[in-house]
Design a protein around this ligand. Structure first.
Ligand SMILES: Cc1ncc(C[n+]2csc(CCOP(=O)(O)OP(=O)(O)O)c2C)c(N)n1
Ligand SMILES: [Mg+2]
Length: 332
């Protein structure tokens, strides 16, 4: 990878971190309501995997921790922020909020609140790709906890039998809300669980973005090459609580400190600094430009956007009244 791409990827990860930090503040100021699950600490996974995908062409789907996945897929950050604010200009026209970012114009097929819901939807998207005879694939992100849902097992079986072009990306952050993985899951290495469905799989470090990219490239090549599904697991950690009302009492300080040392942004910044790609001054300038962009373009847009109108309440909800932006792209 050349230095320009490395710098861009670091900038993207810092942008995602600052975006999430700023949503935290807006939530505390009561500008964002409802549930809010932040992605801080896991940035290298979505950034690295989607860097290797053909965004806008492939279909991407995930759970409720979805802001970064949506933006990296191509949803405009200011529309994602406006959605968090519940505004009419939001990705889902203010109807969805944090857990339901949706932008089919870039084939981001949603965040979903129900754990395990995206598995069968991803299989459906992959089946559609297969029927169309296209080289598109579906990429389904999900947490370690989601793999204990019935939908996981049903989907893995059908995806394998039908050789569907779907990549399952497990973000194993060791916890499902406050339950540590050993307490809920008999086989804690998630990649081993799909051997019963004859799906090839592997496990990798999710904190090193270049490792993620290399692993994702191999997995995507496998799926796009017509070989059926692949299941890839990344070991990672969320820095913040599960959602905003979580004081993290179930985790110990030593564990958190260990993972903070392996923060994906810290690791990549160190690597690029040592390689002479970036100086401390460059990093400071980068952070300043990101903060300005978030404040002056993204937050400003969300704050100044109108609320949805009461008389439009049922608009875009039912099939007979879709958002015109969504009609064409869904057919592509
Ligand atoms: C069907 C369903 N059951 C339970 C819940 C409550 N719930 C919300 S998040 C969550 C844990 C999911 O953990 P994981 O898949 O590891 O994702 P992470 O939050 O770690 O990203 C649970 C049980 C839900 N949203 N949907
Ligand atoms: Mg988890």
């Amino acid at each position: 990878m050349n230095a320009e791409d490395q710098k861009r990827l670091l900038r993207e990860m810092i942008f995602y971190r600052r975006f999430e930090d700023r949503t935290f503040e807006a939530y505390m100021e009561r500008k964002i309501g409802g549930f809010l699950h932040l992605y801080s600490g896991q940035e290298a996974v979505a950034t690295g995997v989607l860097e290797m995908a053909r965004t806008g062409h492939d279909y991407v789907i995930t759970g409720y921790r979805d802001h970064v996945h949506a933006i990296k897929t191509g949803a405009p950050p200011r529309e994602v922020m406006a959605e968090l604010y519940g505004k009419q200009t939001g990705s889902s026209r203010g109807r969805g909020g944090s857990m339901h970012i949706f932008d089919p114009t870039v084939h981001f097929m949603g965040g979903y609140a129900l754990v395990g819901q995206p598995f069968p939807l991803a299989a459906g998207l992959a089946l559609a790709c297969k029927h169309k005879g296209s080289d598109q694939i579906a990429i389904c992100f999900l947490g370690d906890g989601a793999n204990n849902q019935g939908t996981f097992h049903e989907t893995m079986n059908m995806a394998s039998v039908w050789k569907l072009p779907v990549l399952f990306v497990c973000e194993n952050n060791l916890y499902a809300i406050g339950t540590r993985i050993e307490r809920s899951t008999a086989v804690t290495d998630q990649y081993k669980r799909v051997c019963g469905y004859n799906i090839p799989s592997s496990q990798h470090d999710g904190q090193n973005i270049e490792t993620v990219m290399e692993a994702a490239k191999n997995a995507i090549d496998h799926v796009r090459g017509g070989n059926g599904p692949y299941f890839i697991e990344f070991m990672t950690y969320r820095h913040r609580g599960h959602s905003m009302s979580d004081a993290k009492g179930y985790r110990n300080k030593e564990e958190e400190e260990q993972w903070l040392k392996r923060d994906p942004i810290v690791l990549y910044t160190e690597k690029l600094r040592k390689a002479g790609v970036l100086s401390d001054k460059d990093i400071k300038a980068m952070e300043k430009a990101i903060d300005d962009e978030i404040e002056n373009e993204i937050i400003k847009f969300a704050e100044e956007s109108p609320e949805p109108r009461v008389e439009d309440l049922t608009k875009y909800v039912l099939d007979d009244n879709p958002d015109p932006r969504w009609i064409g792209p869904l057919q592509k």
